[in-house]
Design a protein around this ligand. Sequence first.
Ligand SMILES: N[C@@H](CCC(=O)N[C@@H](CS)C(=O)NCC(=O)O)C(=O)O
Length: 234
Amino acid sequence: MTAKPILYSGTKNASSWAMRAWLALREAGYAFDERVVDIRRPQRFTNLADVGRFSPPACVPVFVTESAVIFDSLAIMEFANDFSGGRLLPVDMALRARARSLVAWQHSGLSDICARISFESAFYHRKRSLNAVEIAECGRLFAVWEHALHDSGGPYLFGQVSLADFSHTPAAIRLSRHAPDLAAWPLTRNWFETILAHEAVQEWLRDADALPPIWYDDYLDPTAPAALQLQQTA
Ligand SMILES: N[C@@H](CCC(=O)N[C@@H](CS)C(=O)NCC(=O)O)C(=O)O
């Protein structure tokens, strides 16, 4: 009997990188076992050192199949796309390049909004308000998503669900859960609803929401203007 591939994933309310790989594998229909590596401090250092015994970057996600150790979320997502017969990227070459641009942009940093509004903070029971800088940065991202959705006709960024959606799902979670004003971005609002209702995303969120929150003191950074006003979230 051949061993089932293993995805070494991360703590569900902390590991946005693992989430992207996990979503792509699930969408591709690739059967795998999951090992959640606890990446909370202080145990993260020992746990990631253990991952380093078989994966050079010593971080998660890592996908271990019988024939390959695939590290880095982007490589795992591309592998999932290959496994699906290319179903996770648009068929049209130019659209595929556009989708890959969004994936690459996310992978190379996307925006400082991700450092300001951590993935962990999406799971806090009480959220602070977005400040002016963050609202402006949200607008920059929303404009990109709105444009893709306008061109594709939705409901996903490139029509059918693709790696572009999955790579931006953690951003959709952190931002939508901080209740930005979406009045000027109706397609983005619809996309948030669609991607957050995706079965695999729901499954991940159910687990993440059930975990004790990972609190960072700088979330309520007093030097960030307008950051102090707490708002109750649903
Ligand atoms: N470029 C990597 C980034 C992965 C990454 O940073 N993973 C975090 C957990 S979400 C991690 O394991 N970090 C290890 C560390 O901070 O030492 C990827 O896309 O897989």
